[in-house]
Design a protein around this ligand. Sequence first.
Ligand SMILES: C=C(O[C@H]1C=CC=C(C(=O)O)[C@@H]1O)C(=O)O
Length: 414
Amino acid sequence: MSWVRAGDGLVGWGCAARLDTSGTERFTEADTWWQDWVAQVDVDDEVGLPGTGPVAFASMAFAEQPGRSVVIVPEVVIGQRDGVRWLTTIGEPPEAVAPVAADPGTTRAGSPVEPLAAGAAERLAAGAVEPVRHPGTVRYSDGTLTATGYRQAVADAVRRMREVGDLDKIVLAHDLLATTSEPLDSRFLLRNLAARYENCWTFAVDGLVGATPELLLERSGRLVRSRVLAGTVWPRGDRGFDELEAELLMSGKNRSEHEYATQSLADSLRPFCDELFVPGEPEVLRLRNVMHLASNVTGQLGEDRATLLRMTEAVHPTAAVGGTPTPQAVKLIGELEGMDRGRYAGPVGWTDSRGDGEVGIALRCAQIQPEAGENGQVRLFAGCGIVADSDPDLEVAEAEAKFLPVREALEGIE
Ligand SMILES: C=C(O[C@H]1C=CC=C(C(=O)O)[C@@H]1O)C(=O)O
């Protein structure tokens, strides 16, 4: 399990507890389950920062049906934040960690972890940590919704927006299958993604692996934060980065896509806040494969601070992955895509016993298929915001650009 950005974050392994859930109540169930679980453990937290003490990783389905959501409490977590590093263990420290724990044998959470790097290197040398395996060659094939099927779905949505007029924006996605000649080691993907997308959150929860640029919510005490993204350009022709950036900022279509997304997040987050700051103008986030319009929304929570999972329930899905109005968009997504998004475009991240934590939107990601046998198989997803003046051919190309991070990470391209 992983949630890492520019070297900071959490990496966990083992499973001390797990919840599988689905349906409309999935967030409430996850929140209640986690609070009940935390209430029955004795915590010894010497660090006292967000992410120290017991944490749960969560990866929630995009849709109420048929998706499966999962919450996992790892047995061991290594954390790093602003120069502070810690190790959390649940129960007796497992053998692989014992050499680095300051006082193995006690239940502890948040022990300072200075000797870790040396210990980890020794364990690796001693063969206690399996070296990262290369997935071999990669072959691609159509997913449930092919690129041509996707083009058609976008064209249908555009027609409906122009003719019926009950929908302002919809986000449509499609999938792609990748088969590797060797079983897939998620660490191979994570390592490559983290090296190339430092500005993104590299995540892995129960086989869903990716590097998302979009932070749905971060809660840290009374502070709440979100990085809303919508509106995209990608390298085309011989346009330079500055030219692309100017094109993005001037594009009415991209600005309106962005406005719907920011508005939806702000409207659903505002009831939890005493103050909420929404920038008047978006900025541009530059990534290797695409550029996005971005708005950093910040707020101060009210006295009865809702937990991260409760707020996540309220804000999901924003119009960065659903649409406007949300109910009509979500219904039409099901009809036009005709596929199960699973946990793609759902919230993914971690929460601690205080209800703090970070959740992103699971984008630029792939689901490792457990039943692939001797090969590895993953299902990649990419989607685009569609408004009335979208061009289906350009949306197909945009989705193609959004597949790149995982494709290149799979293929180990430098
Ligand atoms: C739905 C995806 O991206 C969203 C996030 C940023 C920009 C988007 C866009 O411009 O369409 C999408 O709303 C995806 O990457 O699969």
